[in-house]
Design a protein around this ligand. Structure first.
Ligand SMILES: [Zn+2]
Length: 158
């Protein structure tokens, strides 16, 4: 069965060579937003003959053809995801580089109204949030001289 990205490739008139097919499959199966190094590990697991140079060329070609979108999600390396997915936003964990996707229809509607206010039709929308998990979610964090984790805010126990 053709993967989603393979179908996009065929629709764009790309000739599907074996490496392109493998790379398209790996991309279709990626639940995250892999960068090229991560993609390389995954394509190597499928077919170790696909070189990093071929991977770079193919990703670039897919990007040029509008099949893939490059996302600059704060890390040093560009990450990729298929084009034409429904609009969604990204929350990037600055400590782990993990990306959480979320929907925010009210914000989306608001951005459409902002564009309309200036006489524009909104074509694409990017919202990327960058953050760190709050302390009580990262129990392995070092605390200064073993101080208690309860912040001294003067709050009384109810
Ligand atoms: Zn995404």
């Amino acid at each position: 069965m053709e993967s989603r990205i393979e179908r996009l490739c065929t629709a764009s008139g790309l000739r599907m060579t074996h490496p392109r097919r493998v790379i398209a499959r790996v991309l279709s199966e990626a639940p995250d937003h892999p960068d090229v190094q991560e993609l390389y590990q995954r394509t190597r697991a499928v077919d170790p003959r696909i070189s990093l140079a071929t991977l770079y060329r193919t990703v670039h070609l897919f990007e040029q053809s509008g099949i893939l979108e490059r996302r600059n999600l704060g890390s040093r390396r560009a990450r990729y995801e298929p084009s034409g997915e429904h609009d969604h936003f990204h929350l990037v964990d600055l400590d782990s580089d993990k990306v959480i996707e979320f929907d925010e229809p009210e914000t989306e509607a608001l951005m459409h109204r902002v564009a309309a206010r200036y006489g524009f039709d909104l074509v694409s929308l990017r919202i990327e949030l960058f953050g760190r998990r709050t302390r009580h979610n990262t129990e392995s964090r070092k605390t200064p001289q073993g101080s208690s984790s309860t912040p001294n805010t003067g709050d009384q126990v109810r």
